[in-house]
Design a protein around this ligand. Sequence first.
Ligand code: GAF
Length: 377
Amino acid sequence: MGATAGRWWAPGRVNLIGEHTDYNDGYVLPLALPLGMTCTAKPRTDGVVRLASRQVRDQSIDTRVETIVAGGWSELPAWTHYPLGVLAEFDRRGHPVTGVELDLDGTVPVGAGLSSSAALSCAVALALRDLFAPTVTDTDIIDIARAAENDYAGVPTGTLDQSAAMLCTAGHLLFLDTRTGAFEQIPFDLDAFDLALLVLDTGSPHRLLDGEYARRRAECAAAAAQLNVASLRDVTSPTAADRLTDPLLRRRARHVITENARVLRIAEQLRSGADPRAIGPLLTEGHASLRDDFEVSAPRLDLAVDAALAAGAYGARLTGGGFGGSVIALVDRDRIGAVLSGVREAFAANGFESPRNFTVTPSAGAHRIRSAKSTAS
Ligand code: GAF
């Protein structure tokens, strides 16, 4: 140890396209939000772990490194499983933490499908790396944050969110091959085309813990096994899914196969400098596939997509895992107001509160934001 206390930041994300492809070894195309999670951290040498979250008032936790490493914190509230899982994982991988104070805060709305949990895990992991384990790489951090989510918080996600938090850069989409880890930064300057990417947080809570996400993952694994491939990424022809006799597995596989193809087409179009309006229909097609084949949409997500399209969006789709959460819509800048009015009217007519909304430009990935003056206690 020896590094000083400080503050670390990791962003939330929207995924432009490439949904439920990451745990099938496929392709994703996220961008980092200007919203994120901060971790103010101070190293200690006495084995004490003090954890506080400004988003969960009156909940500060005092425990000890030995207790965490022994798994003795599993009864603590769910939000603690991410930071404490990261700490336990550092220890398990041979990077012991001698004690630490972690003060967590953030601007990513929780439950909006914008990856607040991965942002939290990555901000904590960056802090622990800088304070205790400088040899840990960004790739290690992606895997540590994934392990915190999978093995400690109990959600069997892929690596889309953690990779987006760590690897995205301002002004770019991250085109990532989740099988090889190879990635490319694709410039994404919507301003240059008088366009905007609108995020509509539908307020329908996005839940991955209730077993449906895990079920989709298992269905994809079963489809891959029946098609005799290591993962659905290895299937490129949409008609290959027709070989599956179970109609449900056929639909699941068809989504993954066609979604990977959509990511590749969109990446190619944007790489070549095409007008982003051209990708609109593929975004909408991606939504239909998530709704009909993968069955992870929700009434408010479908309503937001339909209303945005009716009001002139070039394309719209749910972003993230689904089952609630947020929709993105690609719109002319001078149509933002009209699209928002259309969505608000549709929500009001169905008795739903208006979605929260904001526009996004691709922002910076995770980093240290400042050094505090104090050092170890
Ligand atoms: C959630 C998961 F955390 C990701 O790993 C990914 O599977 C996504 O849903 C769907 O693309 O955000």
